[in-house]
Design a protein around this ligand. Structure first.
Ligand code: GDD
Ligand code: MN
Length: 356
């Protein structure tokens, strides 16, 4: 089997037969041994029954019937899981995606690409029949995906992928945007976008709704944690550091002014308090550890790294002031950046690294 095309359906009675016939022509004209897998969510309009009839006529058609409307991505994944082709494709049932493009896409996979995408947002691609609101929403969603992929149209529901690259166990079945999930979670190196003209459906209604937008935003949050976890940890580390500094100054003031303690002794107390605060917040919040577990040992490691960072701080500052004649305040700003990076990396790799 060369090619499996998965088509999720929910209320597509006026479209599915036309699409299956068009795909059949594409397969036979181009001598592709292909199968079609419809995944129907018990459509009230009887789409499932229409596919059952087509199944009797065409041996290359199969159908998964699910209990109810369980979502586009999970339908796609169920289809992928029973597919037999070396190449697996996904497309909508509503004739928005041009079946004629499949042959070209299939050839690109044969030429060595891992993933070929039917794209509306590259040269010669376009959308016909959408109102301004829909266009805008799609553009905003696409814009928000920029930090996660170089693909210009990760929102499209039309693509072909090599079987070796499709590890469904790594995919998240929630939401509408399975392609972005594939791009973020799977390793497809060789990706190609091919322009398509997307035509809004003539029959039936779109199933996109507000819930889909929330799912999408939730997914983006998960992706940012996956992709930028180091950066987010560094930000948290910075926030803890700044709050520790504020705490330090506050206690220095309180001890000295209200308790009449000699200011250098106050400084030792306030330093200890802020160090302890930094340690626990970084342990629990930044690095996601529990309260217990080598608390004391790690505390000393944390203090050790912090003192080492202070040495780096002073050293960099000294060099900048003495050798480069930079004003000591600017020098300190640069030196603090170096020391903070060391502090973060040191604590991440040593103090809070349980594999060591
Ligand atoms: N089985 C199943 N279950 N199929 C579903 C479900 C579901 O819960 N929801 C939607 N579908 C099917 C539809 O029957 C259709 O074949 C396809 O998924 C796309 O749904 P539409 O209702 O046509 O959605 P759309 O046109 O708003 O969304 C299209 O544009 C997006 C890009 O902007 C689709 O192509 C999406 O895949 C695409 O992400
Ligand atoms: Mn549609």
């Amino acid at each position: 089997m060369d090619l499996s095309i998965v088509i999720p359906t929910y209320n597509e009675k006026d479209n599915i037969e036309i699409l299956i016939n068009k795909l059949k022509c594409q397969f036979s004209e181009n001598k592709i041994s292909g199968e079609i897998i419809v995944v129907d969510d018990n459509s009230p309009d009887g789409t499932g029954k229409i596919v059952e009839k087509l199944k009797e006529k065409y041996s290359f058609v199969s159908c998964i019937h699910r209990k109810g409307k369980l979502g586009l991505s999970s339908a796609a994944i169920e289809g992928f899981n029973i597919s037999k082709g070396n190449v697996i494709g996904l497309m909508d049932a509503d004739l928005s995606h041009p079946p004629e493009k499949i042959v070209q896409m299939f050839k690109e996979i044969e030429n060595g690409h891992d993933l070929v995408i039917g794209s509306r947002y590259i040269n010669k691609g376009k959308i016909i029949g959408w109102n301004l609101k829909r266009k805008l929403m799609s553009r905003v969603a696409t814009f928000l995906s920029i930090p996660f992929t170089k693909v210009r149209d990760p929102m499209t529901g039309f693509f072909l992928i090599k079987r070796e690259c499709l590890d469904c166990s790594k995919l998240d079945a929630k939401g509408f945007k399975i392609l972005l999930d594939i791009l973020v979670r799977l390793k497809c190196k060789n990706i190609k976008e091919i322009p398509i003209i997307f035509v809004n459906r003539m029959k039936g209604k779109s199933k996109a709704n507000i819930g889909e937008i929330f799912d999408y935003l939730k997914n983006l949050w998960v992706y940012s944690k996956l992709k930028y976890s180091n950066f987010i940890q560094f930000l948290k580390f910075g926030i803890v550091g700044i709050s520790g500094l504020i705490l330090n100054l506050l206690f220095l003031f309180i001890f000295t002014e209200f308790f009449g303690i000699y200011y250098l002794i106050s400084a030792i107390f306030s330093f200890s308090i802020s160090m302890t605060h930094n340690y626990f917040f970084n342990k629990i919040w930044t690095f996601g550890e529990s309260f217990g577990g080598d608390v004391i040992k790690k505390y000393f490691k944390f203090v050790g790294i912090s003192l080492f960072a202070l040495v780096i701080n002073l050293f960099v500052m000294f060099i900048l002031v003495e050798k480069f004649s930079i004003w000591y305040i600017f020098s300190q700003m640069i030196a603090i950046s170096f020391a903070s990076i060391f502090n973060f990396v040191g604590n991440k790799l040593w103090t809070f690294n349980d594999s060591k």
